[in-house]
Write a protein that binds this ligand. Structure first.
Ligand code: SF4
Length: 267
């Protein structure tokens, strides 16, 4: 196969993956400059979920056709959106982690994502940049999403159980989790994804309210407020134990299947 043919094939693969993800988001048609093009595939189970219809214009970000979803009121009585949750956090000093932080790491990604990844807490790089998963473990998570799942990182949502960096990257303590976990729960409620992926012990045990360890729970579908949860290993653990990556790939393939998306053959 020539280089041009290979590039063309790569582009087609990317376009297909993008369309499948949009379909999982509930998009039924895209605008391509001329008449609407129907996405001609049998609707997966997730497509029937109540996601707003989005119109895509080439070169422009997705535009919501309907007003921003409001799922439940926040504690202040305002509609629950990611913006209102961030506002509620403010310059938070609700737990002792505020003392050592440089930045609050709220989370980032598509506010209408069908997949939310929940990690433990910010590390050094995340604290410096104010963004989740941007260090070495973050690069691995990005690879899992972009190379493994064939989805752009910006199309999923990524956040942590605690928003401020624990000293020396230790696990957050129970009182810190208790002070902060309400925010990630609100984020999940505002986004209302189709699937949650918990990364490691801390988010898995605290979201699911269990003492069982990740080694036992990994790969077994759980549920949080009616949303399927796939617990898997944290990318930091995979950096220390690369042999375990194969299990994460098994879990990720199950997530793709749950979303009705094509499972790439690589991996
Ligand atoms: S970890 Fe959460 S609760 Fe604690 S100070 Fe940071 S934002 Fe506030």
């Amino acid at each position: 196969m020539s280089d041009i043919q290979k590039q063309f094939l790569d582009i087609l693969t990317d376009v297909r993956a993008h369309l499948e993800y949009q379909r999982a988001l509930g998009v039924k048609s895209i605008e391509a400059g001329a008449p609407n093009i129907q996405i001609p595939v049998v609707q997966p189970a997730v497509a029937s979920l109540p996601k707003e219809q989005i119109i895509l214009t080439p070169g422009a970000p997705p535009v919501a056709k309907e007003p921003e979803k409001t799922v439940a009121p926040s504690q202040t009585g305002q509609p629950l959106t990611l913006e209102s949750i961030r506002e509620e956090i403010g310059d938070c000093r609700r737990c002792k982690l505020h003392k050592g932080r440089t930045n609050i790491v709220f989370g980032e990604g598509n506010p209408k994502a069908v997949i939310v990844f929940v990690g433990e807490g910010p590390g050094f790089e995340e604290d410096q940049q104010g963004r989740p998963f941007v260090g070495a473990a973050g690069q691995l998570l990005t690879d899992i999403i972009e190379k493994g799942m064939n989805i752009k990182r910006a199309e999923v949502y990524i956040c942590n159980i605690v928003k401020c960096r624990p000293p020396n990257n230790r696990n957050p303590e129970p009182d810190e989790v208790e002070s902060c976990i309400g925010f990630v729960k609100q984020q999940i409620r505002a986004i209302h994804p189709t699937v949650i992926v918990t990364l490691g012990n801390v988010p898995t045990q605290n979201l699911l309210n269990t003492k069982q360890g990740i080694t036992k729970l990994r790969g077994v579908w759980q549920e949080y407020e009616g949303i399927p949860v796939m617990p898997t290993f944290h990318p930091s653990y995979l950096l220390r134990s690369p042999g375990e990556k194969k299990w994460v790939w098994v879990d990720i393939k199950n997530v793709l299947k749950k979303l009705g998306m094509q499972v790439p053959t690589k991996g």
